[in-house]
Design a protein around this ligand. Structure first.
Ligand code: 5GP
Length: 137
């Protein structure tokens, strides 16, 4: 599938729409999910333009997973989380709604997840959570 330059994460990467960032470097960005499936739900994306996991070169995947690990550590420490659900949806058939590859980092149990991409969180609360995560790097 061709990469859609107008998908929402491409716009976030171009800073055309805002996001609540918790971590950024040359190759990756981590930010709060606006419709979290649990408190502290964070997304990690490569800056590389890939739709699904299979479109991501191995070197980019390796770097992105390194960021995932760093952010998981910060979420656990900053939010006193006991465990993280790491989720990656590749393809519409799997339920992927944004066609730029990303990893969901959800401090919760797989048995307690709220509905996917359904309920908008309070922005002030998301900003407070992001501050706690950022302070834990
Ligand atoms: P997917 O369904 O593609 O695996 O996940 C996309 C995720 O992006 C969902 O969890 C959804 O809540 C989140 N999302 C959708 N639009 C936005 C947005 O504009 N900003 C942020 N921060 N998250 C978004």
């Amino acid at each position: 599938m061709a990469y859609d330059q107008n998908n929402i994460f491409a716009k976030i990467l171009r800073q055309e729409i805002p996001c609540i960032t918790v971590y950024e470097d040359e190759y990756t960005l981590a930010f709060m999910d606006i419709m979290p499936q649990a408190t502290g739900h964070t997304l990690v994306i490569p800056k590389y333009q890939a739709v699904t996991l299979l479109d991501l070169p191995a070197s980019e995947l390796t770097y992105t997973m390194h960021t995932v690990q760093k952010v998981v550590h910060a979420i656990e420490k900053g939010l006193n989380a006991k465990g993280i659900v790491l989720m990656q949806l590749s393809g519409e058939s799997a339920g992927q709604t944004v066609p730029h590859v990303h990893f969901h980092l959800i401090p919760s149990s797989v048995h307690d997840l709220k509905e996917h991409a359904s309920n908008m969180a309070d922005q002030t609360e998301l900003k407070l959570l992001a501050e706690k995560i950022k302070a834990a790097f």
